[in-house]
Design a protein around this ligand. Structure first.
Ligand SMILES: Cc1cc2nc3c(=O)[nH]c(=O)nc-3n(C[C@H](O)[C@H](O)[C@H](O)COP(=O)(O)OP(=O)(O)OC[C@H]3O[C@@H](n4cnc5c(N)ncnc54)[C@H](O)[C@@H]3O)c2cc1C
Length: 482
């Protein structure tokens, strides 16, 4: 990339950010990422402060020779590449300075937010209201929109279910809105699909544009919330998963049911004796929750599968049971304990994770919700352990009665040897899980080519034709998924 082209583009971008020199940074060195993926060369970072500045920045990079642009919201995509673009010589736009909640309607249940609005910010606005945010288990300082754009998972449901509208700057600088937006003076019901072909998800896991705002649905807050914590032994895994699936299918579960194995419990901050820990969220009116609790406890007892059952109203989590504290508060849209869990996982608070945190990688496949499949998937983790010496942690997130989001985490010391073994383990996870039919639904920055392996060729070709039309000059950097 010729230096003069970069300088010319940055000059124009400088006008777009009101000639404020602090908004354009030329990094002297490549930044680190907590997963120890190769650090890409990023010749400049642009940090707008207003959505109105973004079209001008994008137009500044419209020249065929100019480097491409990669947008992040808060850039805390830890485990999948953090802020890294997929390729070298990419200019990053960091949108954490766009941090306004533009509009909030707790009666009808939506918020119009910018990419820099964090979980913590929005959750705080909603405390003591009849609505709550579907929070993830990541830091309160991570972006609500950034996570939804990567199709992340909250404690209540997948974040794609929360997303109903987007404001996007296209590669030619035009700013458009897709999906549903609140009307000025009448209350309309959210319809993310609109009429005709739905455009909303053209812009999730996508490199077709830069998102400057979005509409997020806010869940009704149950009058009473309760969590049942159940434990079971390792040899009961298959039967316990099938039993829990039945509860799920019959309406006993009100959120993402979570099962932590011993490694992930310990990793996230709760000492575990072996076996598994289940969190079952219940919610509704007092009578409904009483009936659900009674039914679940009787079913647990009758199954003979569980070694203990604790109700959060009678036995709240102990002060040092970080996992249960995060999960219980998280179901209620509260991130009060999230930073403690982040510290347990990577040893650092949010700002220090990428430079100083302990090594951390995610592998994220979807698995059918059956005892047989979950057992088979966890056996693959034993194989990875045996072959690489890295013991993966697993959290089973039951999204609905048919689908498990299996969160596989690799924790490692950032030495040359352990880093190499962790990356070998990651490669092996991709191969073994794909062979078994347990396909990843999110990719890390070093495995973007798996999109080609895992996508129907006709669909992939259409994706690329659409990109050619929307972005003929390749203003947007090649993403992880196209
Ligand atoms: C301990 C721990 C727990 C975690 N728990 C969870 C969890 O429960 N659920 C979960 O999903 N993840 C989890 N994560 C992973 C990760 O931290 C979150 O997904 C986090 O929300 C992603 O970072 P971000 O919000 O800053 O998004 P960003 O890093 O800003 O964005 C993610 C990606 O989306 C795209 N993007 C972002 N903004 C824009 C934009 N404005 N325009 C166009 N494209 C954009 C880019 O491709 C970007 O790389 C966890 C991580 C750790 C370490």
């Amino acid at each position: 990339m010729p230096e003069t082209t970069l300088s010319a583009a940055l000059d124009k971008a400088g006008h777009a950010v009101d000639n404020d020199p602090s908004r354009i940074v030329r990094p002297a060195r490549a930044g680190a990422n907590v997963s120890m993926f190769e650090s890409r060369r990023v010749p400049a970072v642009i940090r707008p402060t207003s959505p109105h500045q973004v079209p001008g920045i994008v137009r500044a990079f419209g020249d065929d020779e100019a480097p491409p642009l990669h947008a992040v919201s808060t850039g805390r995509n830890w485990g999948l590449g953090s802020r890294e673009p997929t390729r070298h010589d990419t200019v990053r736009i960091e949108l954490d300075g766009l941090d306004r909640i533009r509009d909030l309607d707790t009666r009808h249940g939506w918020a119009v937010i910018e990419p820099g609005v964090t979980q913590r910010h929005l959750a705080a606005e909603l405390s003591d209201t009849p609505r709550m945010l579907n929070v993830t288990a990541s830091s309160g300082h991570s972006s609500v929109l950034g996570n939804a754009l990567d199709r992340g998972v909250g404690l209540r449901r997948q974040r794609t279910d929360d997303l109903v509208g987007l404001e996007v700057v296209l590669p030619d600088g035009e700013q458009i809105r897709v999906g549903w937006w609140p009307a000025e003076d009448t209350a309309t019901a959210p319809n993310p699909y609109g009429l005709g072909p739905s455009l909303l998800h053209l812009f999730t896991q996508s490199d077709y544009g830069i998102v400057t705002a979005g509409v997020i649905r806010l869940l009704p807050r149950p009058e009473i919330q309760r969590v049942l914590r159940l434990t079971f032994d390792r040899d009961r895994l298959s039967a316990a998963v099938d039993e829990l699936r039945r509860w799920h299918a019959q309406g006993l579960v009100h959120g993402v049911l979570k099962i932590y194995d011993t490694t992930s419990s310990t990793t996230y901050g709760t000492s575990a004796q072996g076996g598994y820990l289940v969190h079952v969220p219940l919610g509704g009116t007092g009578e409904v929750v009483a009936a659900l609790t009674d039914t679940a406890c009787r079913l647990a007892d009758a199954s003979g599968l569980f070694t203990s059952v604790a109700r959060s109203d009678q036995e709240p989590p102990a002060d040092d049971d970080i996992v249960s504290l995060v999960v219980q508060h998280g179901y209620a849209g509260d991130v009060a304990h999230h930073e403690a869990m982040l510290r347990s996982a990577v040893g650092q608070a949010a700002p220090g994770v990428d430079d100083h945190g302990g090594g951390w990688i995610f592998f994220l496949p979807l698995v059918p919700y059956t005892g047989r499949d979950v057992t088979a998937a966890l056996r693959l983790l034993d194989q990875v352990h045996a072959e690489t010496g890295i013991r993966p942690g697993a959290t089973v997130n039951a999204l609905d009665p048919d689908v498990i989001d299996l969160v596989v985490s690799l924790r490692f010391a950032r030495t040359a040897d352990e880093t190499a073994r962790a990356h070998q383990a990651l490669d092996l996870l991709y191969e073994l899980f794909t062979e078994a039919g347990y396909l990843p639904y999110r990719l890390d920055v070093d495995h973007g080519e798996w999109t080609d392996r895992l996508t129907d060729p006709g669909a992939l070709a259409l994706t690329r034709r659409i990109r050619d039309v929307i972005d003929p000059h390749r203003v947007m950097a090649h993403g992880r998924y196209t």
